[in-house]
Design a protein around this ligand. Sequence first.
Ligand SMILES: NCCC[C@H](NC(=O)CCC(=O)O)C(=O)O
Ligand SMILES: NC(=O)OP(=O)(O)O
Length: 251
Amino acid sequence: MEVMILNVNDAWQLEFEDGTVMNTNTSEHIKEAAQVISQYADVIAVRAFPTLKDKKKDESEYVLNSFVKYASVPVINMESATSHPLQALTDAITISELTTKRKPKVVLSWAPHPKALPQAVPNSFVEMMQLLEVDFCITHPKDYELNPEITKHSQINYNQEEALKDADFVYVKNWSSYKEYGQILSQDDNWRMTKAKLGNAKFMHCLPVRRNVVVEDAVLDSNQSIVMQQANNRTFAAQVVLKQLVENLNK
Ligand SMILES: NCCC[C@H](NC(=O)CCC(=O)O)C(=O)O
Ligand SMILES: NC(=O)OP(=O)(O)O
């Protein structure tokens, strides 16, 4: 593949609203931009982080969906406002490669972070775990509930120690509050992952990870950490999706 990387905002701001009088800070409408890029490329992969300010706007996935609407080529989600499916596929591949059990116990554990981060990675991880044969539970402080529409078939335990008991895989991730949308409600270091809490489980994280904030060095530097296998599987997850997509284009 020949790859072009475009950081759209480096050039100018795109307009996504219909019918706007574009006499302020947006220079090009997504209608033209998506069609022009479709003339350059056979596939468009879009990364579009949320505003974390306007829940309705983020949930409308206006960036990703506008590309889908106006592009004339397939669009791939490289982490959108509310989901990161290629990361979830990566995580599923990693768990299935490394599990020694038919039904491993997998825990998604919230961690503190100084910045407000999206819910995209945990959302997609939860959705993926609901598709796999795993014993799955989520642990986080009160008021860090993810979108209940996404978590409604998953167990939530506010007691981290209890949730982590006998875990085979522990996926650690920070996210900002969904309820108090985009807010940091806690930076409680007691939620940081430590070697003691991890027990015999394998440690997972999508990266980039803040050492000794999200997880202590002793975990990342141990052979229980499988973050490098995960990062490697990001390539294969993207390749398998692109391969199928491109093969279908040529049919
Ligand atoms: N897999 C990519 C993760 C991207 C993003 N994390 C971040 O932006 C962390 C940046 C920082 O630590 O400053 C997220 O959580 O969705
Ligand atoms: N994990 C993840 O999405 O990594 P990149 O930001 O490198 O794509």
